[in-house]
Design a protein around this ligand. Structure first.
Ligand SMILES: Cc1ncc(COP(=O)(O)O)c(C=O)c1O
Length: 402
C-alpha cells in the first residue's frame, strides 16, 4: 500500500467513511480530492530504478498505466470500505466485474450454480462463452434453501453465484444458507451486490467475491460505466489480481475520479431515494390496477423477511406487476405517458426510470411465471409528490382500451 493513499476503513459510520476514504494523507498538493492521473508510460530516471519497480509488480507502485494509479487506488479503497472487504479491483463496466472473477475462478471441466433470476448478460456469459470454454452451469430457483442447494452441488462445482434481490423480479436470496452449502462442497460464493450496495455486507454473510455495477449508485449520475470486484482474503486477492491483469482489465481514470466524486454523496442520495421509493411503492400497492409491488422493503412483499434479517435498507429499484386483465401493450402506454420517468436501461442515477420488463427475463429452472405484465421502476431524486402525480397520469393511459 502506497503511503499517500488512505487505508480502507469502516471503523467510522458510513457517511464519515465516504467523506474521508481514499483521500491523500500527504498534503503536498493541498487540494481536498485525490488527483486525476492519466497515463500509459511511466518514466524512471535509471534502469536500476525501473528494475526495482518491476520487482514490486502487484504492489501499489507506478510501473505502467494498466497497473492503475492513485486515482484508481482511491476508488478501490472507497468500494472496499463500503463492501466491508479487504481489496477491490476496478474494471471498465459492471458486466466486466461479473465476467472477470468468473474467468479467474473457473476452468474447463468445472461446474457453476447460478440463480434463475440472474442479470441477463451474466446468464448470457454462462450459456455462451463459459459453456464454449467447457464450464457447465445449472440455473437454480433463487429462493432455494441450504438443503436444496446442497443437492445441486457436484464434486466439480467451483462457483455458486448469487444476486440478491434479482434486479428484475426482486426475489431475495438466503445468502448465508447458500454460502454454507457452497462452502461445505468446496465452492466459492459470488454475489452481484449492486442492489444491496452499502445496505448488504456481503462478507459478513458468507460471500467470497462481491460484484458491484458501480455504474449505478456509486457513480450515481448516469454518465459513467464502471465495475468493482471486492474480496476479503489475500489468497482471493492474488487470484483476482492475476486474472484481471492477465485479461488487461482497466478502467479510465476519469471514470474512477467521477465515481469517487459520486460516492462522497452516495449515502445521502441513497437515503433520499430509498425513502421516496418506499413511499411510492406503498402508494402503487394501493392502486386498483396493481396486482403486486415487488419491493423487498414492503411488509408482506416476497422476500421481505429475509430482507429484514440481512439488509439495513434498500435502494430505489423495484418491480410492479399489473393485474392480468392488462396487456403488455397497456404497460407500454403507461410508461410512454410518463413525463418525469425516462424509458431506458440501467438505474442508480438521480433521475427516475420506468421500463416494461415482460418477456425480458429468461427462466429455465421451472419457477412460477408472473400472471400480469411487469414494469420496473427506478426512483430518482425528484419530489415524490411530483412522481406520484406523473404515475397517476400514467395509470390513466394504462386503463385506456387495449
Ligand atoms: C444487477 C446488475 N449487474 C450488473 C450490471 C452491469 O453493469 P454495467 O451496465 O455497468 O455493465 C447491471 C446493469 O444494468 C445490473 O443491473
Amino acid at each position: 500500500m502506497a503511503d499517500d493513499v488512505a487505508q480502507t476503513t469502516r471503523k467510522h459510520g458510513l457517511r464519515t467513511t465516504l467523506s474521508h476514504v481514499g483521500r491523500t494523507t500527504k498534503r503536498e498538493h493541498g487540494f481536498v480530492n485525490p488527483p486525476l492521473l492519466r497515463g500509459s508510460t511511466v518514466l524512471v530516471p535509471t534502469v536500476a530504478e525501473r528494475q526495482a519497480l518491476q520487482a514490486k509488480r502487484g504492489e501499489r507502485v507506478l510501473t505502467y498505466g494498466t497497473g492503475g494509479s492513485a486515482t484508481h487506488w482511491a476508488l478501490e479503497d472507497a468500494i472496499a470500505a463500503v463492501e466491508g472487504g479487504s481489496r477491490c479491483y476496478i474494471v471498465s463496466t459492471g458486466l466486466s466485474a461479473v465476467t472477470t472473477p468468473l474467468l479467474a475462478w473457473l476452468k474447463a471441466g468445472d461446474h457453476m450454480l447460478m440463480p434463475d433470476h440472474v442479470y441477463g448478460p451474466a446468464r448470457n456469459f454462462a450459456t455462451t462463452m463459459l459453456r464454449d470454454f467447457g464450464v457447465d452451469t445449472t440455473f437454480y430457483l433463487p429462493e432455494i434453501d441450504e438443503t436444496g442447494l446442497s443437492a445441486l452441488m457436484r464434486p466439480n462445482t467451483k462457483v455458486v453465484y448469487t444476486e440478491s434481490p434479482g434486479s428484475h423480479t426482486f426475489e431475495v436470496q438466503d445468502v448465508p444458507a447458500i454460502a454454507r452449502a457452497a462452502h461445505a462442497g468446496g465452492a466459492k460464493v459470488f454475489m452481484d451486490n449492486t442492489w444491496g450496495i452499502h445496505h448488504f455486507q456481503p462478507f459478513a454473510h458468507g460471500v467470497d467475491v462481491s460484484i458491484q455495477a458501480a455504474t449505478k449508485y456509486p457513480a450515481g449520475h448516469s454518465d459513467v460505466l464502471i465495475g468493482a470486484i471486492t474480496v476479503n482474503t489475500d489468497t482471493d486477492w492474488q487470484i483476482l489480481h492475476a486474472a484481471a491483469r492477465t485479461l488487461g482489465q482497466y478502467a479510465s481514470p476519469d471514470d474512477c475520479w467521477l465515481t469517487l466524486r459520486g460516492m462522497r454523496t452516495m449515502a445521502v442520495r441513497l437515503q433520499a431515494q430509498m425513502e421516496s421509493a418506499l413511499l411510492i411503492a406503498h402508494w402503487l400497492r394501493q392502486q386498483p390496477e396493481v396486482a403486486q409491488v415487488l419491493h423487498p422493503g414492503l411488509p408482506g412483499a416476497p422476500g421481505h423477511e429475509l430482507w429484514r434479517r440481512d439488509f439495513t435498507g434498500a435502494c430505489s429499484l423495484f418491480g410492479v406487476e399489473f393485474k392480468s386483465s392488462f396487456t403488455t401493450k397497456a404497460t407500454h402506454r403507461f410508461v410512454e405517458a410518463l413525463d418525469l420517468f425516462g424509458i431506458g436501461a440501467s438505474w442508480g442515477g438521480y433521475e427516475s426510470l420506468a421500463v416494461p420488463t415482460t418477456g425480458f427475463v429468461t427462466r429455465s429452472a421451472g419457477g412460477k411465471p408472473f400472471a400480469g405484465p411487469m414494469v420496473r421502476i427506478h426512483i430518482g431524486l425528484e419530489d415524490p409528490d411530483d412522481l406520484i402525480a406523473d404515475l397517476t397520469h400514467g395509470l390513466g393511459a394504462l386503463r385506456q382500451e387495449n
